[in-house]
Design a protein around this ligand. Structure first.
Ligand code: ADP
Length: 231
């Protein structure tokens, strides 16, 4: 059994974890991030959750992002970079991982610059490789709890009570951008502008790929990878 180590969040080399989770939309980035958060007590920031929260709260950034997010298009690099910069600023030297950011080379360069000015650099980049037919089937069954970002799948990890979040009991939502048309656009965009990031990070030598058809197959591999980094 995989053990939860929430209290043990110090890396072996003492350098704070600066980790990215990459993968196509629907590859399970949110699911893997929340498991890593539970098992290792690492703060996980999802750019999609940050955007959905801003949209739900009606902030200025949320209003600017709303149309693109509902259509399955990327929001502008400037907008998401500012939001992520704010999120990271509050984390200081805590270990963190990012899910869904960066999604373009411009965002990756902005992140590098942000880290450099803090005297830090990325030290782990993970790619989730999941076959596309599996992903397409999966998103139809995906439901989220918007305030927390918890993700459910009707086949793999259904909520205990139908349509309700396990922790708060609040209603779950089917993401408006998880319809076939928006999803096709998101996948196309992923191939065009996000996949080139794999080459960008391959050059740094810190990219590791994990393949599998379910999150349960991938997580033990990821857990072992994380375990090697913590005392
Ligand atoms: P998925 O990985 O399933 O596409 P996310 O929750 O990561 O879902 O993202 C949902 C939407 O939020 C995206 O389709 C896009 O509109 C927007 N978004 C999220 N992250 C970024 C980003 N880094 N750059 C631009 N847009 C983003």
């Amino acid at each position: 059994m995989l053990m939860a180590r929430q209290l043990r969040s110090r890396t072996r080399n003492g350098v704070p974890l600066r980790m990215l989770i990459l993968g196509a939309p629907g590859a399970g980035k949110g699911t893997q991030s929340s498991r890593i958060r539970q098992h290792f007590g690492i703060t996980a920031i999802s750019s999609g959750d940050v955007l959905r929260r801003n949209i739900a709260l009606g902030t200025e950034a949320g209003m600017l992002a709303q149309r693109a997010v509902s259509r399955g298009e990327l929001v502008s690099d400037g907008l998401i970079v500012d939001l992520i910069r704010n999120e990271l600023a509050s984390l200081a030297l805590n270990n963190w991982l990012l899910d869904g950011f960066p999604r373009t080379i411009t965002q990756a360069q902005a992140l590098d610059a942000m880290l450099k000015s803090a005297g830090q650099s990325l030290n782990a980049v993970v790619n989730l490789a999941v076959p596309e037919d599996v992903i397409l089937q999966r998103i139809v069954e995906r439901y989220v709890h918007v305030p927390s970002g918890r993700v459910y799948n009707l086949s793999y990890n259904p909520p205990k009570v139908s349509g309700r979040d396990d922790v708060t009991g609040e209603p779950l939502e089917h993401r408006p951008d998880d319809n076939p048309e928006s999803f096709r656009r998101r996948l196309q965009q992923y191939h065009q502008v996000t996949e080139p990031l794999l080459d960008y990070y391959k050059r740094t030598g810190i990219l590791t790929a994990f393949a599998g058809t379910t999150s349960d197959i991938i997580f033990p591999q990821l857990h072992a990878y994380m375990d090697a980094r913590f005392d």
